[in-house]
Design a protein around this ligand. Structure first.
Ligand SMILES: Nc1ncnc2c1ncn2[C@@H]1O[C@H](COP(=O)(O)OP(=O)(O)OP(=O)(O)O)[C@@H](O)[C@H]1O
Length: 620
């Protein structure tokens, strides 16, 4: 034993726990040798049979799993994550998987060639908080995995983990008939606080901390909520049927406390290709701008609270409103058809429900429920994935690998998990879920497996991952509480008339503001149209004027030309006449000059002729 400790065989891991080459060697989390003593011994023993790296890891993890007591260790159950296994119903389940009598241990042993090595063919035992076989329905899964956490009002992160197509989304969302964990959880939460729901958003988580909102902000939040709900698909009838079915399955109890006012907010986030997107963002107003690219968001930390900068959180007044927003986000998240699942989630989605409570003593309390649908791990080499699907699959596998390393680092620290050692900053998913990974919030993991022979090796990886999570020990989880004095709330016991009246006024106020917004928008639009029309009219008028002016000038010019022509002709005529007269005169003169005798003759002739009227007195 001491020999194997002195010369431990180097730890080798499966793809889930492979080391990220980008992380500095010196900063990588190192297992505490004392605590991993048994693992080291097993590894040392098994390494002698010449197994390859993946088998060795599987072996080490398998043994790690068998080291979990079959009967649940109550201390671990109280302080560590709860890890459940759900087997998807399949036509002919493989004999390679069997469940122990107490329903807490899965025994695997491959009988076919579907394993790449001898170690994977060995019998392995994986312990779980509970195992659900294919016959266990949505109701029991909820009652065991989630219901108690909501009754206890504890912050909890519920994540589904498994291979693609194994039922992660089905477990969380369910289908049209059998509601999953989230719709049941919403119904449960709203039933518990039914008597204490406050009608308007007075408290909100701003940058991870509870804040009291001013009236103006409250109204703006109500407007946002209304706008988004208008974008949601109508699920009225469907919700009624689902609600009835859920209420038939469970008996949720209402906790009435006259001193408490409760406000519920929801948000929905997607991590796609290592970028964070808001699934409940309000789309830009101008539809004619076409498809606007989505903006990615930043995960930040404020006073130890992790939050997403600028994430839309929506105030909801009923489970129906919350469910409608869930459907809206679901429509916007990234799905695609793959070789394994026709409707495969290509991103990690986290639906967050924040319950904020105000106690008349002045204390405010926050309780968050994060429902996390992880994208399925994929064997990209075997499934012939290419192009965008390959890029997505690689990002999914890398972030799941980081999650595995975080769980591993948390499990090796038996006291309080150390923030410096857990590499949660290596992926967006682990950054977002760090509160649960550090034990500040409860962590419940529902591992889904398709018990078929062909998925044997992938399932072993998933089960190894689960067994690591199962061994983490956290200190007692905290419910975040902030103490603030505030007198803006009404006393619940005397609220009836005032409550209704104020609710009415606020609704009116919202409608009026919306009307103002709409009118403003219409006004701007109208002004733009009017301006355009005016410009057109002006340009037409000027054109008309210019045309008339041109015509006028043309007519004027024509007239002037005509007059000038006439004047010219007149002058020409008179000149001509004058010259003609002169010519005539000259001709006459010439004639006269040419024939003087004829003149005399004629004069003689005239003299000869008797003229009765003229009396010739003298020749001279
Ligand atoms: N327990 C179950 N009972 C009935 N049907 C199930 C169960 N689990 C899964 N299914 C069905 O299997 C199909 C695939 O399930 P689902 O989409 O939930 O897989 P997934 O693990 O989320 O896959 P991916 O990671 O690719 O998104 C769905 O049609 C779903 O209805």
């Amino acid at each position: 034993m001491s020999d194997s400790y002195e010369a431990p065989v180097r730890e080798k891991r499966s793809f889930l726990m492979a080391r990220d080459p980008s992380v500095d060697r010196r900063c990588r989390p190192r297992p505490e040798k004392k605590l991993r003593l048994f693992d080291d011994i097993h590894e040392a023993t098994e390494s002698t049979d010449g197994s390859d790296s993946e088998s060795e890891c599987a072996s080490s993890c398998g043994d790690y799993a068998t080291s979990v007591p079959i009967a649940e260790d109550s201390s671990v159950a109280d302080t560590g994550p709860q890890v459940f296994l759900r087997l998807r119903p399949v036509g002919a389940a493989s004999k390679a998987y069997s469940v122990s009598e107490d329903g807490k241990v899965l025994v695997t042993s491959a009988k076919s060639e579907n394993t790449s090595n001898n170690v994977n063919r060995m019998e392995k035992h994986f312990g779980f908080t509970s195992i659900f076989d294919g016959s266990v329905g949505q109701r029991d899964v909820y009652d065991i995995c989630v219901g108690p956490r909501i009754v206890d009002e504890e912050c909890v992160t519920i994540m589904t983990y498994g291979t693609s197509g194994s039922g992660k989304t089905y477990t969380l969302l369910g289908d049209d008939v059998l509601a999953g964990v989230i719709p049941r959880g919403l119904e449960h939460i709203f039933t518990i606080y039914l008597e204490n729901l406050y009608h308007s958003p007075k408290l909100k988580l701003v940058n991870g901390c509870i804040e009291f909102l001013q009236d103006e902000t409250t109204l703006r939040e109500m407007q946002i909520s209304k706008k988004l709900l208008n974008l949601c698909p109508d699920i009225g009838g469907h919700h009624e049927r689902l609600k009835e079915a859920i209420q038939g399955d469970h008996t949720f109890e209402t906790k009435a406390d006259p001193n408490v006012s409760v406000m519920i907010w929801v948000s929905f986030v997607e991590i796609y290709n290592e970028l964070v997107y808001d699934l409940l963002s309000i789309p830009p107003r101008q539809e004619n701008l076409g498809a606007v690219p989505r903006k990615s968001m930043k995960i930040t930390c404020n006073k130890g609270q992790v939050y997403i900068k600028g994430l839309t959180t929506v105030f909801v007044r009923s489970s129906e409103e919350a469910l409608r927003l869930l459907r809206l986000g679901q429509q916007r998240s990234t799905y695609a058809s793959t070789s394994v699942n026709a409707n495969s989630s290509r991103s990690h989605c986290v639906f967050i429900v924040d319950v904020l409570k105000y106690n008349s003593s002045g204390m405010t309390t926050q309780c968050s429920y994060k429902f996390c649908d992880l994208a399925g791990s994929e064997r990209v080499n075997n499934t012939g994935t290419i192009g965008l699907r390959l890029k997505e699959a690689k990002n999914i596998n890398t972030s799941l690998m980081t999650l595995g390393r975080c769980l591993d680092a948390a499990s090796t620290s038996r006291k309080k998990p150390n923030t410096d050692v857990i590499p949660f900053r290596d992926s967006k998913l682990t950054m977002l879920l760090q509160a649960a990974l550090l034990g500040k919030e409860r962590l419940a993991m529902i591992v889904t497996v398709t018990p078929l022979e062909k998925f044997y090796e992938e399932n072993l990886n998933v089960l190894n991952f689960a067994s690591i999570a199962k061994n983490i020990i956290f200190k007692e989880p905290l419910i975040k509480q902030h103490s603030t004095r505030y007198s803006g709330f009404f006393d619940n016991s005397k609220r009836n008339t005032q409550y209704e009246y104020i609710k009415e006024i606020e609704e009116d106020n919202i409608s009026l503001r919306e009307e103002i917004d709409r009118l403003k928008f219409d006004h701007v639009l109208k002004m733009q149209l009017l301006e355009e029309k005016l410009r057109k009219e002006l340009s037409e008028t000027y054109q008309e004027l210019m045309r008339a002016n041109k015509k006028l000038w043309e007519e004027e010019t024509a007239k002037k030309r005509l007059m000038a022509e006439r004047e010219f002709e007149f002058k020409l005529g008179s000149q001509k006449r004058r010259y003609e007269e002169q010519i005539e005169d000259l001709k006459d003169e010439i004639e006269e000059l040419k024939s003087p005798s004829s003149e005399i003759d004629s004069m003689d002739e005239k003299e000869d002729e008797p003229n009765p009227s003229i009396e010739i007195l003298d020749d001279e």
